[in-house]
Design a protein around this ligand. Structure first.
Ligand SMILES: [Fe+2]
Length: 180
């Protein structure tokens, strides 16, 4: 789990900063075609940084409460929407396993409709691309770089085990803020 933040996440930040510098330079030179070309690099790496920043907040060691199921209003909302935490986990694992290539599986709250939803996104697309009122409670990286060291290419095993270190307390705090 150290390689992921130190290498992969850092690469998004490094590439983002590099592209911003190049953008500055291109703007100064009036080089419009480079400005246009850099936009997708900035978007991809910036979104990668945002998604991974959420992901680290979603994880915590078992000794610090990782995997302890949510209580309070989030626990109740999960039971209402998905019958149980176990059923929600099964749904997220199925959807996460079905993402083709890199991507994310999310538990989100629709802050307008005040309801929980499970969504997936491709590559580093942020959750907001699936709806402007969606706020991420949990985002799980299903890209191969998230699990290849421990689980080789077996994404379902990674998804099965990640719940042991999920920080439900953080998810509950975000939920209570969005749905007081
Ligand atoms: Fe990642």
């Amino acid at each position: 789990m150290q390689l992921h933040p130190q290498k992969h996440h850092q690469t998004y930040i490094t590439n983002y900063n590099k592209a911003i510098e190049q953008l500055d330079d291109a703007i100064t030179k009036g080089d419009a075609s480079t400005v246009v070309k850099l936009q997708s690099t900035i978007k991809f790496n910036g979104e990668g940084h945002v998604n991974h920043s959420i992901f680290w907040k979603n994880l915590t060691p078992t000794s610090e409460g990782g995997g302890e199921p949510p209580h309070g209003s989030l626990g109740l909302a999960i039971n209402q929407s998905f019958s149980s935490v176990e059923k929600l986990i099964a749904k997220m694992n199925t959807k996460g396993a079905a993402v083709q290539g890199s991507g994310w599986v999310w538990l989100a709250v629709d802050k307008e409709l005040k309801r929980l939803v499970v969504e997936t996104t491709s590559n580093q697309d942020p959750l907001v691309t699936k709806g402007p009122s969606l706020v991420p409670l949990l985002g799980i990286d299903v890209s191969e770089h998230a699990y290849y060291l421990q689980y080789k290419n077996v994404r379902p095993d990674y998804l099965k085990n990640i719940w042991k270190v999920i920080n439900w307390k953080y998810a509950s705090e975000v939920y209570e803020k969005e749905c007081p």
